[in-house]
Ligand binder design. Structure first.
Ligand SMILES: [Zn+2]
Ligand SMILES: [Zn+2]
Length: 375
C-alpha cells in the first residue's frame, strides 16, 4: 500500500516552477524510467507511474490549483482516475512523440493484438466505510474475483504433453490484412485472437485460456482520516501479467458513508446540539460523545443564541500523513418547552417581569419602521 509523494518532489521541482519546467522535468523522468527501457524493473515502473501521475496533475492548471491548495486530497479520485488517457490532454502527446504510442499501452490497456509479455491489468475495488471506521482507521478483509494463472497447465493453456502451435491463419503474426476500398487495413486475427498461437488440445481446467478466475482474499489497512474518493494502491495485487510479466495493481477506492449525526466537511465535523432555553440563558457544561466514542465536555456560555456554533478543537476527523486533524462544531439548537405546569408558568412569568419580556436587541418592528423611514 502506498501513498503518493508530493508531486513537486517527485518531479524535483520548486512550487514556484513554470509550466515549461514541469514539462521538461517530466520528459526527462519519462525517458529515464519508461518501462520499455527498463523491462521487468518494478522500481523503474513505479517511478514512471509516479512521475506520470504528478505530471497529469501539475500540467493541468485547474488540478494544479486544487493540488496546491488541498494537496493530494484535492485531486485524489479524479486526477488519475482509472488511467484514462483521454483526460491527460497534451500528456499523451509528450509520450506519443517520445515513444510513438499513447498512455493506455503503458498502463496495461490492450493495444489491438500484441504478443509477448504484458503486464497484468489493474483492478479497482470500491470499499464502503462508516464515518467511525474512517475516523478510527480499520483493517478489512476484502474478496476480489481475479484471474490467476492456471495451475494445471502452468498457464500455457495446453493439455499435458502438448504445446500451442503457430496459428495458420496469420502465420503467427496475430494480425490479418483486409481491404477496405483502396486501403489495406490490419485486423486482429480471428483464428487466434491476436496471440499468434492456437491450442490444438486445450487444458480442460482453464479451457485453453491459461488462467482461471479465483477469489482472492486480501487484508487492507485503512489509515485514520480517509475520505470518499481517496484510493489506496496495492502494488502487484491486480491480475497476473502474461508470460511472466508483472502483475497489475489493485486500487481500493474508498467511499465513506454519510453519518446520522455528524456531517463531514473535509476534516471538520458538524452536528446539531439540542439545549434547553434555560441552558442557553444560564450557560452550562454538558458532555457529548465524539466520533471516536470519547466523551467531550462542551461549555455553553450564558446568553447563547440560536445558531451559535461552539468549536471543539481537535475533535473532528484525524489528520492524514501528519497533517493537523479537524474540529468538531456544535451548532446550538435551542429548544423551548412546549408545556409548562402552573407552577413553572408562574416562575417563568416572574422571570419575564424581572428581565423584561421584550427582545433585548432591536426588535422586528423597529427594524421595519427604520427600513420604511418612519422613524
Ligand atoms: Zn490450464
Ligand atoms: Zn492467428
Amino acid at each position: 500500500m502506498t501513498y503518493s509523494r508530493d508531486y513537486y518532489e517527485v518531479l524535483g521541482l520548486e512550487r514556484s516552477c513554470s509550466v515549461a519546467e514541469i514539462k521538461k522535468a517530466y520528459r526527462q523522468l519519462a525517458v529515464k524510467y519508461h518501462p520499455d527501457k527498463n523491462p521487468g524493473d518494478r522500481e523503474a515502473e513505479e517511478r514512471f507511474k509516479e512521475a506520470s501521475e504528478a505530471y497529469a496533475v501539475l500540467s493541468d492548471p485547474e488540478k494544479k490549483a486544487r493540488y496546491d491548495q488541498f494537496g493530494h486530497q484535492g485531486v485524489e479520485g479524479q486526477a488519475f482516475n482509472g488511467f484514462d488517457p483521454s483526460s491527460f490532454g497534451d500528456f499523451a502527446d509528450i509520450l506519443g512523440d517520445l515513444f510513438g504510442f499513447g498512455m493506455g499501452d503503458i498502463f496495461g490497456r490492450r493495444r489491438g493484438a500484441r504478443s509477448g509479455p504484458r503486464r497484468g491489468s489493474d483492478l479497482r475495488y470500491t470499499m464502503k466505510l462508516s464515518l467511525e471506521e474512517a475516523a478510527r482507521g480499520v483493517e478489512k478483509m476484502i474478496r476480489i474475483p481475479r484471474m490467476e494463472s492456471c495451475e494445471v497447465c502452468g498457464g500455457t493453456g495446453s493439455a499435458e504433453g502438448t504445446a500451442p502451435e503457430t496459428c495458420s491463419t496469420c502465420r503467427g503474426g496475430g494480425q490479418v490484412m483486409y481491404r477496405q476500398g483502396f486501403l489495406s487495413v490490419a485486423r486482429t486475427c480471428p483464428g487466434c485472437g491476436g496471440t499468434g498461437k492456437v491450442n490444438p488440445s486445450p487444458c480442460s481446467e482453464c479451457r485453453g485460456r491459461g488462467r482461471v478466475e479465483k477469489e482472492a482474499q486480501l487484508k487492507v489497512r485503512i489509515p485514520a482520516g480517509v475520505d470518499s474518493g481517496m484510493q489506496l494502491r496495492l502494488s502487484g495485487e491486480g491480475e497476473p501479467g502474461s508470460q511472466g510479466a508483472p502483475r497489475g495493481d489493485l486500487y481500493v477506492v474508498l467511499h465513506v458513508r454519510d453519518h446520522e449525526l455528524f456531517h463531514r466537511d473535509g476534516a471538520h465535523l458538524h452536528f446539531e446540539l439540542p439545549i434547553s432555553v434555560f441552558q442557553a440563558i444560564l450557560g452550562d457544561i454538558i458532555k457529548v460523545q465524539g466520533i471516536l466514542g470519547d466523551e467531550i465536555e462542551v461549555k455553553i456560555p450564558s446568553g447563547s443564541q440560536p445558531g451559535d456554533v461552539i468549536r471543539l478543537r481537535g475533535h473532528g476527523m484525524p489528520g492524514m500523513e501528519g497533517r493537523r486533524g479537524g474540529d468538531l462544531l456544535a451548532h446550538l439548537d435551542i429548544r423551548i418547552p412546549k408545556k409548562l405546569s402552573a407552577e413553572q408558568r408562574r416562575a417563568v412569568e416572574a422571570a419575564a417581569a424581572l428581565i423584561g419580556s421584550e427582545a433585548h436587541h432591536e426588535g422586528f418592528f423597529e427594524k421595519v419602521k427604520r427600513a420604511l423611514g418612519n422613524d
